[in-house]
Design a protein around this ligand. Structure first.
Ligand code: GDP
Length: 536
């Protein structure tokens, strides 16, 4: 289909299909239960008939995503980037945020492709470091967040205390939509806050099937549960009275978060979450282009690449580019234009799945994720489109790196390949590339959000650019952007700090520890350092 052939009927269909989409990601700290929840969601949507296979992590290989594991064990339709399933009339796109060892810029970039996020907390732990980092990105991008407090089937902290933590630590007003009845470890069910009813959960063997629910009126619940019910009602009321009454506008402007309690492993609270996504989570909205204009959902096809995955196997130089559809309909075989190069790109090979059960994707609508196979010309941040006028969406932001290492060619005879490779990896956003006068061009500094990015960079340098590298870690743990280049010498004079220039021209001030930064700021009150959660 070309631009000119987008008929009124097709436009209506595109808008209807976009309206059915809910595209979100789960943000959490490792072990909070993301894979368990993902599986529970799929179970509730009847994508799979029984849960349990991926709960045990034994045998999982290093970087293999949980979902690829699920794909193997269940044969359900997933990519390493997105899981798509229907829930009633709604199409759910759950984008994977790789965690664990492969926490990297990719993890953050996924958040540029979602319309909302589910913040998954462990009831015994509350907000944990990785959750906080990902939440910062959600806040920066204004992404509405739903909070799911998990593992309520076992002893943990108090519900009020966990809610208080949201307000105190991240300034997010909790708006509970359910409230646990019975302390953590003895979850009887939840108070359904909007209706005031009690939802009782029934246990199923090993939590393997959808947990049946029973609904009781408040009177029945009071008679049945006595004090436990009274306490839940009182606590929920306390929170409501202190600003926790649900208001959809506050969810949308990301100042408040609907809160649900549950236990993914037992499938408790999972239906509530799905219903909340269907009823309240934002649908795809028109995306703003680099000129500040919005591209209507029913415009011709457009998408942006948010993740590029290169095969780690040198025998197969496969590369899959994952793009989120922003407007129009995508049809397999369509020739699209890459806005960065102006060149056409044939989408003959578009897959939803890679692995054993490849299924070829034929159509996709706004909110969906497409995986373009052998897309060696595509880079993270690229815009793809059809028709006229051309469109280009803003590039993806880069994030505050936390790991730094000097790169040198292992073989000095390959300096040219080395330079070319480093430049390329920087352009692709595999790692950030920084330069310093002190070390010169022959020894650039690579910077990454997660150490896994270094492994990918080293691997590609050796295989693709035939210039193996040596990496020498640098002892920096804090980074800021230097607002005024004239102040560079102040930072450079520090014993445990220096300024490096990133390829995009940003001057990054690196410090061994946060403490060094504070000492320098005290000595030079005029020094302006900006934090860099994300910049674009
Ligand atoms: P991920 O690292 O966030 O993907 O976490 P997993 O889904 O692999 O879960 C980590 C561990 O927590 C596993 O042993 C799960 O069985 C367990 N777990 C997940 N959800 C729950 C829950 O609701 N209750 C309890 N008791 N354990 C859970």
């Amino acid at each position: 289909m070309t631009a000119s052939s987008t008929t009124q009927v097709q436009r209506v269909e595109i808008l209807a299909e976009a309206g059915r989409r809910r595209t979100f990601a789960v943000i959490s700290h490792p072990d909070a239960g993301k894979s368990t929840l993902t599986e529970a969601l799929a179970l509730h949507a009847h994508v799979i008939s029984e849960a349990g296979a991926v709960h045990g992590k034994a045998g999982r290989r290093g970087v293999t995503s949980d979902w690829m594991e699920m794909e193997r064990t269940r044969g359900i339709s997933i990519t390493s980037a997105a899981l798509q399933f229907a829930y009633g009339d709604t199409v759910i796109n759950l984008l994977d945020t790789p965690g664990h060892a492969d926490f990297s810029e990719d993890t953050y970039r996924v958040l540029s492709a979602v319309d909302s996020a589910v913040m998954l907390l462990d009831a015994a732990k509350g907000l944990e470091p990785q959750t906080l980092k990902l939440f910062d990105v959600c806040r920066y991008r204004g992404i509405p967040v739903i909070t799911f407090i998990n593992k309520w089937d076992r002893p943990g902290r108090e519900a009020l205390e966990l809610c208080d933590e949201l307000t105190q630590r991240i300034g997010l007003q909790p708006m509970p939509l359910t409230w646990p009845v019975g302390v953590a470890g003895h979850l009887r069910g939840v108070l359904d806050v909007p209706s005031g009813d009690f939802i009782r959960y029934q246990h199923t063997a090993g939590g393997a099937t959808v947990a049946p629910e029973e609904r009781l009126t408040p009177q029945q619940a009071a008679a049945d549960l006595g004090d436990e019910w009274a306490q839940a009602v009182e606590e929920a009321e306390l929170l409501r009275a202190s600003g926790g009454e649900f208001e959809v506008a506050r969810f949308f402007d990301a100042t408040a978060t609907p809160v649900l309690f549950g236990a993914a492993v037992r499938n408790f609270g999972v239906r509530h979450l799905l219903d909340l996504l269907v009823e309240l989570a934002p649908r795809p909205t028109p995306r703003t282009d680099t000129d500040g204009a919005t591209r209507a959902l029913d415009s011709p096809f457009s998408a942006f690449v948010f993740k590029v995955q290169t095969g780690m196997d040198p025998a197969h130089r496969d590369q899959v580019a994952f793009a989120r559809v922003c407007s129009g309909v995508f049809e397999r075989g369509m020739v699209v234009t890459n806005a960065s190069t102006g060149k056409p790109f044939a989408t003959k090979y578009v897959q939803q799945v890679f692995g054993q059960q490849r299924s070829t994707l034929d159509t996709a609508f706004p909110g969906d994720v497409i995986g373009l196979v052998n897309a060696t010309a595509l880079r993270v941040g690229d815009t793809l489109y059809t028709g006229k006028p051309p469109v280009r969406f803003p590039g993806l932001p880069s994030f505050a790196p936390a790991h730094f290492a000097v790169a040198r060619p292992a073989d000095l005879g390959r300096a040219k390949q080395f330079r070319k490779g480093v430049e390329q990896l920087g352009a692709e956003g595999v790692v950030q590339v920084l330069r310093s006068d002190r070390r010169g061009d022959a020894a650039p500094v690579l910077a990454a959000v997660g150490p896994m990015q270094f492994e990918v960079a080293a691997h590609r340098m050796a295989t693709e650019f035939t210039s193996p590298i040596r990496l020498e870690p640098l002892p920096y743990h804090a980074v800021r952007r230097l607002a005024d280049p004239a102040q560079r010498s102040i930072v450079d004079a520090g014993r445990r700090s220096e300024v490096l220039t990133r390829l995009d021209g940003a001057e990054l001030a690196l410090f061994a520890e946060e403490m060094d930064l504070r000492i320098l700021l005290r000595a030079h009150p005029g020094l302006v350092l900006e934090s860099l959660v994300a910049e674009g």
